[in-house]
Structures are given as structure tokens and as C-alpha cells.
Design a protein around this ligand. Structure first.
Ligand code: TPP
Length: 578
């Protein structure tokens, strides 16, 4: 007889799942035993269930396929929460199997009792208790369809005794649908979109993660409308490459002419972006296209909302558009973009090649140059977000993921674990803050245990650098941000990881080369400057107090990597007349 645990594993196999991230234990054991007895699926042991959820989130985000994590009852469940929030907010299809105390004990304050079906409600589309064998395999398929269909987390709460029971229904062959269809907009919306785009004198496009797979269509649209194309952080990897209309990024980490292009255009077209900072949007003359109806109009009033995938919508509207003839707005914005980048590069520290502690931007620049053309970068929340946004040059093949919506620390290393398992042959680089690495330090052991060839680059400034910056912006003296130096290379080496500590800028290249050439896991511990971002002298603290845009000014005193070259080469396409 097969058990409910066996049945769940069979359904997961039908959905194409080949691994479960988690930590074995008590109520989970029947499931783990089913994994042991089933071909084609493995158990990936981590050191903290939080990391299991992050790893599944990365796998799901990168591949678009369902990924699975599991936690045992009580504390094993509560550890999952951080990673599940990250997965859910990123729209990553993740199924969490939250095993539960014996079903007859529910409601008795039993050992390790929590109420998982309440606990995970806020970070899932679907969260249900499986209290009897007869509910399976149906609930497993429903949970999977929710995760994949709605994009986010589903949780199956499974008491250990239920997992252990004999099945009551055949499993059947019906594989869950794990690829989503395309949302094609209604004809009337397409016509109205065309009319408004034709009527506007100038249109700027602002792209989010929803432009994934629509690069050609967005370029064709920009070409027809002579539109500047800006992006949010999550849109960068999909749209900034091979883009002669690029005007940079908006938001707290933004740069270039994006802000002006979005505010000065006659019409702003938001494409697949749920960019949360309303203050950076003009709040007028805006059209939004999104495959998710619930996002339409939630950041800004809209002249028109279009429900559709970006690619499908643009392909439908392009034949209805007239070629605009006046490109002076676009050319002006491209020039402004280049000037803005030149300005920040001028302000950028000159002696950077010799500076110690190492300037983090110098290290990020070298990392960008030396990383593989199809590398996957996972980026810790903190200043690594800034370095990735500024220095990791997208090319359509690289991927950059982070906790860009939940904004939790310590995501990069466990994300890298999921990424490396999903793509064993690809270079996976974890851009870790020392605070982030310290928070889930045990995951170094996971990397070592599974011999994952992850390359961990630690920006080790002995500081919670992003918070230090926030305190400066708020006019507060920084407090409890700087801590004693830790030698992460020594820790990694003790865990059996190839490790190098780098204190001199001249040694960075050799350290990266050694790490990238090493066939197994490798860590480069860069001793970086916590004060790399100081307040520009002409801005006083009182000017900045409480003013969010000030963060941009501070960050703008840093460099912008290869983006200046891109801006310059885009200007070469602009007719000489300007
Ligand atoms: C779990 C969690 N705790 C606290 C924060 C607030 N926070 C945001 S960035 C940051 C500092 C990160 O420090 P580190 O990883 O060393 O990176 P750095 O900014 O110094 O490069 C903190 C404490 C958070 N985002 N997530």
C-alpha cells in the first residue's frame, strides 16, 4: 500500500519537481521516507528552513517552474516564513510542505504546536490543512495550481500521522499544469491604447519585471514612438541590454535620466511594473499594462488600464500605431542621460585602484568584467543591491535575483544554493554582505556539503552599511551599525571551502580568477570600506533629513560601471543634427 506521503511525492514528480529543500524531522519523516524510495527526486539538506524556502524561491524564480521546500512541525515551520514571504512577493511558484503535530493533538497546546494554516496565510495564495487521507491527491494538485497559476506560495499543512496513512484514492496520471498561458488584452483596450499612444506627442516607457521575454516588442514600440525607455530594478535584466533608448533606472537606487523622462513625457506607459515608490511616478497622464489585474492603478491614477501580458499587448497594438517623426524628446533625454552619468563618474573617487580598505564599487566593477556571460548573480539586501544595480551589466543571458520586494537580508547565499542546483553547469555568484552572510552563516555548510560550486563574494565592511546610510540620511549619528571585523575566509576554509581574503585592491582580480577556476565552492572575502558612500560636501544633513530622494543623491556620488559606455554608444545612434 502506498502512503499519503508517497502520493504527494508522486504528484510532485508529475509536476516536474526533482528536489525538496528542507530539514528532516519527526512529523516530516513519512515524506522524507517517500523521497528515499522514489526515483527522480532528492532531498536537499540545508541548515535552516529559512534557507530552504529561499533556495526554492530562487529555483522557482529562475526557472519559472514549481519548486518545493519543507519544514517540520512548530519551529521547522516558523523558520520557513522569511523565505516564503520572499518567494510569495517575488511571484515565485513555491509549494511549502508544513508538517504538523499529530492530528488528534491539534488544539491541545501540544509540544511544538502552532497553527500553520493561520501562520502562513499572509505569505501564500493557498494554505490548507490536510486532515484526512481522502483529501489527497486532490489538495496537492489544487495547491500546485494555485502556486503556478497565481504566481506565489501554496502551503499544504500535513500532520505526520496523515502523511503516514494509507491512500484512499488512486493517484492518477493527471499532471498539474505548470506553465501559464498568455493574457491577451481585450480588443477594445488595444484600440484605445493605440489611439492614446498615437495622440500623445511624447511617450516614455517604464519597464518592470513583466517585460521578460518582450525585449523585441518593447524595442519595436520605442522605435515607433521615439520613446525613452527607463526601468525599475526588476526590469533591468530584461530590458537594459541592446537598448538604444535606455535612460536608466528610477527609484532610490536610480540613476540617469529616467526620472526626468518619466515626468516630462506627455504620456507615461508602465509596462509590467508594480514599482512600489509612487513618489517617483508623475501621478498623471499614465497608462499601465500588466498581466495581473490587481496591480492596475495601485501606484498611480491611470488614464487607461490594459490587462494583458506585455509581449501580447505590444504585438497587438504595434500594427495600429503610426510612426512618430519627431525624435527630439528622445534625443534630448539620451543626451541628458549621458550627462547625468558623466557627472556621477566625475564625482566618483579617483584613486579607487589603490584605496584601502577596498572601495566596494571597484570590486563590483571587476566582478562585472570577470563574471561569465551567462552568470547568475544573487544579491543580498543592503549595499549589494546598489552594487548590482550599478555594476552588473545585463546582456540578456545573465540573471540577477535578490529579495527586491520583501527586502530581507541574508537572501543571497541560500538563493545561490537554489540557483546552482537548478543550473549545475552555470556560474552562480552570491554577492553577500557580511551582515547577510553572518545571518545565515550555516548555509556555508550546505554549500560545502553538496559541493555546490557557488562563488561567494563577500563585501565585508564590518558594518550594516545600508543602515549606516539610512541613519545618515535621517540625520542620525550611526549607532550599532559597525561591528568587529570577522575573517569569513577563515570560517569558509574551516568548512572546506576554497577561500581567499583580499585586503589590497591589486589582489582582487587574482582572487576572482582563482575562485571562478576552482571546480568546487569558493569564497572571496573582500575587506571593503564601510564609508564608501559619504555625503557629498555640498549637501547638508538638514537638507536631507526625512527626504527620501536624498538617498539617491548619496548613492549618486558613486559610479555607474559600464553604463556610461552604453549611454555614449546610444548617443552615437542619434542623428548629428542635435
Ligand atoms: C532580516 C532583516 N533584518 C534587518 C533588515 C534591515 N537592514 C537592511 S540592510 C541591512 C544591513 C545589511 O548589512 P550587510 O549585509 O552587512 O550589507 P551592507 O549594507 O553593509 O553592504 C539591515 C540591517 C532587513 N532588511 N532584513
Amino acid at each position: 500500500m502506498s502512503t499519503v506521503g508517497d502520493q504527494l511525492i508522486q504528484v510532485l514528480r508529475q509536476a516536474g519537481v526533482s528536489r525538496i529543500f528542507g530539514i528532516v524531522g519527526d512529523s516530516l519523516n513519512p515524506l522524507v521516507d517517500a523521497v528515499r524510495r522514489t526515483d527522480g527526486i532528492e532531498w536537499i539538506h540545508v541548515r535552516n528552513e529559512e534557507a530552504a524556502a529561499f533556495a526554492a524561491a530562487a529555483e522557482a524564480q529562475l526557472t519559472g517552474r514549481l519548486a518545493v521546500c519543507a519544514g517540520s512541525c512548530g519551529p521547522g515551520n516558523t523558520h520557513l516564513i522569511q523565505g516564503l514571504y520572499d518567494a510569495h512577493r517575488s511571484g515565485a511558484p513555491v509549494l511549502a510542505i508544513a508538517s504538523h503535530i499529530p492530528s488528534e493533538q491539534i488544539g491541545t497546546s501540544f509540544f511544538q504546536e502552532t497553527h500553520p494554516e493561520r501562520l502562513f496565510v499572509d505569505c501564500s495564495h493557498y494554505c490548507e490543512l490536510v486532515s484526512q487521507a481522502s483529501q489527497m491527491p486532490r489538495l496537492a494538485r489544487i495547491a500546485i495550481q494555485h502556486a503556478v497559476g497565481l504566481g506565489g506560495v501554496s502551503v499544504l499543512v500535513m500532520p505526520g500521522d496523515v502523511l503516514h496513512r494509507n491512500t484512499e484514492h488512486p493517484t492518477g496520471e493527471g499532471a498539474p499544469v505548470t506553465t501559464r498561458g498568455t493574457v491577451v488584452p481585450a480588443d477594445g483596450q488595444v484600440r484605445e491604447l493605440a489611439e492614446r499612444l498615437n495622440a500623445a506627442s511624447t511617450v516614455t516607457l517604464f519597464c518592470g519585471a513583466g517585460v521578460r521575454g518582450a525585449h523585441d516588442a518593447v524595442m519595436a514600440l520605442a522605435g515607433k514612438l521615439h520613446s525613452p525607455v527607463g526601468h525599475a530594478l526588476r526590469g533591468k535584466e530584461w530590458i537594459q541590454w541592446d537598448n538604444p533608448y535606455d535612460v536608466g533606472m528610477s527609484g532610490l537606487l536610480g540613476y540617469g535620466a529616467c526620472y526626468d523622462a518619466t515626468h516630462r513625457a506627455d504620456l507615461l506607459l508602465l509596462l509590467g511594473s508594480d514599482f512600489p515608490y509612487s513618489a517617483f511616478l508623475p501621478q498623471r497622464r499614465t497608462i499601465q499594462v500588466d498581466h495581473d489585474l490587481s496591480r492596475l492603478g495601485r501606484r498611480t491614477p491611470l488614464d487607461l488600464a490594459v490587462h494583458g501580458d506585455v509581449g501580447a499587448t505590444l504585438r497587438a497594438v504595434l500594427p495600429l500605431l503610426k510612426q512618430k517623426t519627431d525624435r527630439s524628446f528622445l534625443d534630448g533625454m539620451l543626451r541628458e542621460h549621458m550627462r547625468a552619468l558623466e557627472h556621477v563618474v566625475d564625482a566618483y573617487t579617483r584613486d579607487i585602484e589603490r584605496q584601502t580598505p577596498i572601495h566596494p564599487e571597484y570590486a563590483a566593477k571587476i566582478l562585472d568584467e570577470m563574471a561569465a556571460a551567462d552568470a547568475v548573480f544573487t544579491v543580498d539586501t543592503g549595499m549589494c543591491n546598489v552594487w548590482a544595480a550599478r555594476y552588473i551589466t545585463p546582456n540578456g543571458r545573465r540573471r540577477v535575483i535578490g529579495s527586491f520586494l520583501h527586502g530581507t537580508m541574508a537572501n543571497a547565499l541560500p538563493h545561490a544554493i537554489g540557483a546552482q542546483l537548478a543550473y549545475p553547469g552555470r556560474q552562480v555568484i552570491s554577492m553577500s554582505g557580511d551582515g547577510g552572510l553572518g545571518m545565515l552563516l550555516g548555509e556555508l555548510l550546505t554549500v560545502a556539503l553538496h559541493r555546490l560550486p557557488v562563488k561567494i563574494v563577500v563585501f565585508n565592511n564590518s558594518s550594516l552599511g545600508m543602515v549606516k546610510l539610512e541613519m545618515l540620511v535621517a540625520g542620525l549619528p550611526d549607532f550599532e551599525t559597525d561591528h568587529a571585523s570577522v575573517n569569513y575566509a577563515a570560517i569558509a576554509a574551516a568548512a572546506g571551502i576554497h577561500a581567499t581574503r583580499v585586503e589590497q585592491p591589486a589582489d582582487i582580480r587574482a582572487a576572482f580568477a582563482g575562485a571562478f577556476a576552482h571546480p568546487g565552492p569558493a569564497l572571496v572575502d573582500l575587506v571593503t570600506d564601510a564609508n564608501a558612500l559619504s555625503i557629498p560636501p555640498h549637501v547638508t544633513l538638514s537638507q536631507m533629513t526625512g527626504f527620501a530622494l536624498a538617498a539617491t543623491k548619496i548613492v549618486l556620488s558613486g559610479g555607474v560601471g559600464r553604463m556610461l559606455e552604453m549611454a555614449r554608444s546610444n548617443l552615437r545612434n542619434v542623428p548629428a543634427a542635435w
